[in-house]
Write a protein that binds this ligand. Structure first.
Ligand SMILES: NC(=O)c1ccc[n+]([C@@H]2O[C@H](COP(=O)([O-])OP(=O)(O)OC[C@H]3O[C@@H](n4cnc5c(N)ncnc54)[C@H](OP(=O)(O)O)[C@@H]3O)[C@@H](O)[C@H]2O)c1
Length: 267
């Protein structure tokens, strides 16, 4: 089933599996043509053919390893030059579960390249054109680890905290110019992520694991409802609002000409 009204083209990174594959499906059914990005070209082609047949939309494949500078720059060039692009879903990402003392620093560096550097460069490439053309959509897939870094590898949590802060700033700077930004903070979601992170998803308590389809559908409902930050599992939005209100309350006191009285050296 597809809509005949085109919403332009959405670029979805990490579209070969898991959450990104569901976004590709849902965005095609919402009327977007697609450019699917990931390393596994065969898997992308198979998904592209199926989606094009099912929805009637144009679905293109751009195979790229976003940790490789040349590949990343090729995707950036496409985002800068293709004026049909109206949406970017920064979804490609990897995780890890090992604590710092057991973590492989080269794997952590590669994670930062994918989760932070690639997301930043792709957004930077896409946004000027989106704004120039009157607006557009950037969905950044963060994680609950971005606000709860104690639950998995700390570098992973740090990369996702970056995604949350970057998205809040994107909204602050560019909402007035027509840019819709959303950060999605999934909890545990049933995908291959857990194999890569080294924790079989079946070893998690099943009451905390959401199917990828349900997670993405909830995130898109949050988008439709105008949410900047969407936590698909959170039952009561007021809990997030209280957290955000506490953050805002700190703001007037975060930078002052004097140190806090409690921190002044004893005379
Ligand atoms: N699953 C969860 O519990 C969970 C929870 C919170 C947040 N997230 C976030 O959700 C996002 C999607 O993950 P997922 O759960 O859907 O896991 P997934 O099924 O493993 O998907 C990851 C996607 O990223 C692509 N990818 C990995 N390395 C890449 C690279 N170097 N260059 C380009 N593409 C690359 C993979 O495709 P190729 O292998 O073909 O490159 C795949 O399409 C990630 O940002 C993750 O941090 C997941």
């Amino acid at each position: 089933m597809s809509t005949t009204i085109s919403k332009g083209t959405a670029v979805v990174t990490g579209a070969s599996s898991g959450i990104g594959a569901v976004y590709a499906d849902r965005l095609a059914r919402r009327g977007y043509d697609l450019i699917l990005v990931a390393r596994n070209a065969a898997r992308l082609r198979e998904r592209a053919q199926r989606l094009a047949a099912e929805t009637g939309r144009t679905v293109e494949v751009l195979a790229a390893d976003l940790t490789r500078p040349a590949d990343l720059r090729a995707v950036e060039a496409r985002l800068r030059e293709d004026h049909r692009i109206t949406a970017l879903v920064n979804n490609a990402g990897v995780g890890a579960a090992a604590p710092l003392l057991d973590a492989d620093v080269d794997a952590m560096e590669a994670m930062i390249h994918l989760n932070v550097t690639a997301l930043t460069r792709l957004t930077h490439a896409a946004v000027p054109g989106l704004v120039k053309r009157g607006g557009g959509l950037v969905i950044n897939i963060a994680s609950i680890a971005g606000i709860a870094p104690e639950i998995l590898n700390g570098t992973y949590g740090g990369t996702k905290a970056f995604v949350v802060a970057f998205t809040q700033s994107l909204h602050h700077e560019l909402a007035g110019k027509g840019l819709r930004a959303q950060a999605v903070l999934p909890g545990a979601t049933r995908t291959e992520f857990w194999d890569v992170a080294g924790v079989p998803v079946d070893h998690l308590p099943q009451e905390i694991v959401m199917p990828a389809e349900e997670m993405v559908d909830a995130a898109l409902t949050g988008l439709d409802q105008g949410e900047l930050i969407t936590i698909p599992a959170l039952p009561d939005l007021a809990d997030w609002q209280a957290y955000e209100d506490a953050r805002q309350k700190l703001k007037p006191n975060l930078s002052r000409s004097e140190a806090a009285a409690r921190l002044k050296p004893a005379a």
